[in-house]
Design a protein around this ligand. Structure first.
Ligand code: MEV
Length: 319
């Protein structure tokens, strides 16, 4: 069926959401340690809800057609949409939800959480009802559980936050204001990461080698405290050192891989003050701390020439 044909564009509503980056604490945060993450507004998702004739339809790069026939990979978002429609008393009919995303999926950049949040926001706007962050997060977390198994919740929290967050499960989030400007480069290995498999792997390690696993996760927790201090006080040299320390620990529990290590070691060789994976690992993206703005631009260029699939230089500013 052609989704274009059935559109009656008399009513549309839009919801948007940006991407996220984990600076430090991934995996450890699932098991009760703190993590620091940063909203990443260079890429994001827009969801547009339109009134159409017929049932409920999706139009995305993964799938276009009736929601009932959506592929398994979209099970989570389908559940979130159904729950949101129910909550908002929107009848399950005459709707088309178009999802446009510039976030590469499976790269540790919060693609699934951004889609969920943008879609939920667009449905609230469509129903002309106000929403709170808590409502959006609750609905988005229905799909996060499908996507990740046991998500810590940090992805969706960062995506709804305007500033970097300090997050520890079951504790109120805290916001971080960096003391100075930090210039980073994010580079995509081109290899899709599977968050669920990586998270399950760490959980498996806790069962088979609890001493090693808990020791590493606790060490990542300590590094995360020090990273906060580096952002707020001690500065970029210390931050770079700590990012390298975190990477060492992540490698030791097997969540980094050759594609990540290749870019991480190259970035360090090219003068990065520190570099590590960001997100779940097993492919996906790395993050490098550059010396300054000009170095971030140069490093981006070099990483691209070295084979990074995509690169994003960006600044974390004291604002
Ligand atoms: C994924 O972006 C971060 C992980 O720590 C999983 C989670 O926190 O849900 C690997």
């Amino acid at each position: 069926m052609s989704l274009e044909k059935v559109t009656i564009p008399e009513k549309t509503a839009t919801g948007v959401a940006h991407s996220k980056l984990i600076l430090v604490g991934e995996h450890a945060v699932v098991h009760g340690q703190p993590a620091i993450s940063i909203p990443f507004p260079l890429i994001g998702v827009e969801s547009v809800v339109e009134r159409v004739q017929g049932g409920v339809y999706l139009d995305s790069s993964f799938y276009a057609g009736p929601m009932e026939s959506a592929p398994k990979i979209l099970t989570g978002i389908v559940h979130t949409i159904k729950q949101t429609l129910k909550l908002l008393h929107i009848p399950y009919e005459n709707l088309l939800i178009r999802i446009h995303s510039s976030i590469p999926p499976g790269k540790g950049l919060g693609s699934s959480a951004s889609v969920e949040i943008a879609v939920v926001k667009s449905l609230f706007t469509f129903s002309e009802k106000p929403y709170t962050n808590e409502q959006v997060l609750q609905l988005a977390n229905i799909s996060e559980t499908y996507a990740h198994g046991a998500p810590s919740g940090i992805d969706s929290l960062t995506i709804t936050s305007p500033s970097p967050i300090w997050y520890r499960k079951e504790q109120p989030i805290d916001y971080i204001t960096p003391n100075g400007d930090f210039y980073f480069v994010v580079a995509d290995t081109g290899r899709k990461a599977d968050t669920r498999t990586a998270v399950d792997m760490v959980t498996g390690l806790i069962k088979t080698a609890p001493k090693k696993a808990y020791g590493t996760l606790e060490r990542i927790g300590e590094i995360t405290y020090q990273v906060r201090e580096a952002l707020e006080k001690s500065g970029k040299q210390v931050l770079g050192f700590l990012l390298n320390e975190a990477q060492k620990e992540l490698e030791s529990i097997g969540v980094s891989d050759k594609s990540l290590n290749r870019l991480i070691y190259f970035a360090r060789q090219e003068g990065a003050l520190g570099a590590k994976l960001t997100g779940a690992g097993h492919g996906g993206c790395m993050i490098a701390l550059a010396q300054n703005e000009a170095h971030a631009m140069l490093l981006s260029e070099k990483l691209k020439q070295f084979g990074a699939h995509d690169v994003w230089p960006f600044a974390l500013k004291n604002e």
